[in-house]
Design a protein around this ligand. Structure first.
Ligand SMILES: Cc1cc2nc3c(=O)[nH]c(=O)nc-3n(C[C@H](O)[C@H](O)[C@H](O)COP(=O)(O)OP(=O)(O)OC[C@H]3O[C@@H](n4cnc5c(N)ncnc54)[C@H](O)[C@@H]3O)c2cc1C
Length: 285
């Protein structure tokens, strides 16, 4: 999409094309980062006077970390993310595509929307928020003083369209630890209509040590992460879903329906992960 869409934002006086981190000093509450622009150019942004196009920084979309983990640049597109090749020790990779595809999108958005933009937008149905929540991914956030801070994706998103990001901060990357990438995963999504926005999205993993992590998004105002040291009993899992207090009602689903169907889907996930116990998965997707 580039920044051609900026012409539809009449309050803008500048679109900067940074060459280095020093050029990000222009960021403020009214001059904000531009990723793919798929959300920014979709509605009025009258509080803005400028954009700083992060894509001109030329960040490598993704890199294998020295510890065998994965570092994904904030400017990595959805298409680049799902094209990361399989590795025998990255059993969780299929979850990347499952989560990315939970966002129903055109070819144009698929090739333009960025990982950082998706997380920073903090929609309840934020496709990669569920991925980051389930895999305990950590954001590397550049701070305006030249430093950085780190925060889990699930802690970064506080509510719909609300994050812990302060003016001038930029998500640099999303980091996946090797232990989480080695996990077995399961995924469920449901919507009221075949091409409808998600009613609820559940992404889960089971680590090699048996521990279980489930992240619920889409039907809750913020990512809800449930943890057990081993696969829970059905009643334990149902109680954990029942303890979530952030279900909401909108045209894509009523709060009580979202809660009820999430309990059913969580149990399906529990059974799926139990069946995979002892198997030697991985390698392809
Ligand atoms: C009507 C509509 C409905 C949508 N519904 C959904 C949905 O249900 N689920 C979903 O996942 N997506 C949805 N989207 C898609 C949305 O476009 C995506 O979330 C997309 O991934 C945003 O990425 P982007 O790179 O285009 O972000 P941009 O539009 O460039 O930026 C979005 C926001 O993120 C900030 N930002 C971007 N990059 C960074 C960074 N590195 N650091 C800090 N802040 C940054 C921007 O300043 C801006 O506030 C919807 C879009 C539209 C128009």
């Amino acid at each position: 999409m580039g920044w051609d869409g900026a012409m539809d934002l009449p309050t803008l006086t500048e679109v900067r094309l940074p060459a280095s981190r020093a050029d990000l000093a222009a960021l403020s509450s009214s001059v904000i980062p531009l990723g793919g622009g798929t959300w920014l150019f979709s509605e009025p942004q009258d509080h803005l006077t400028g954009l700083v196009d992060l894509t001109t920084l030329g960040w490598t979309p993704w890199e294998v970390r020295p510890d065998g983990g994965l570092s994904v640049a904030a400017t990595c597109t959805m298409a680049q993310l799902v094209a990361i090749p399989a590795r025998d020790d990255w059993c969780a990779l299929p979850l990347f595509r499952q989560c990315a595809e939970s966002l129903l999108q055109s070819f144009k958005i698929w090739n333009t929307a960025t990982v950082g933009g998706n997380i920073a937008t903090a929609l309840a149905a934020g496709a990669l928020i569920g991925l980051g929540g389930a895999l305990d991914a950590e954001l590397v956030i550049w701070t305006p003083d030249g430093g950085e801070r780190r925060q889990r994706v699930a802690d970064f998103v506080l509510a719909q369209r609300v994050t812990t990001a302060r003016p001038g901060e930029v998500i640099r990357s999303i980091e996946f630890a090797p232990e989480a990438l080695a996990a077995t995963t399961a995924f469920r999504r449901i919507a009221l209509s075949p091409l409808g926005r998600a009613g609820t999205v559940l992404a889960a993993r089971r680590d090699r040590d048996g521990s279980f992590v489930l992240c619920v998004t889409g039907g809750t105002t913020r990512p809800e992460v449930i943890r057990f040291p081993d696969l829970p009993a059905p009643a334990e899992l149902a109680a954990a879903i029942g303890a979530i207090g952030t279900w909401f009602t909108d045209p894509h689903g009523a709060a009580d329906w979202r809660e009820g169907v999430s309990a059913l889907l969580a149990e399906e996930i529990r059974q799926e992960l139990a069946q995979q116990e002892g198997s030697t998965p991985c390698g392809s997707r």
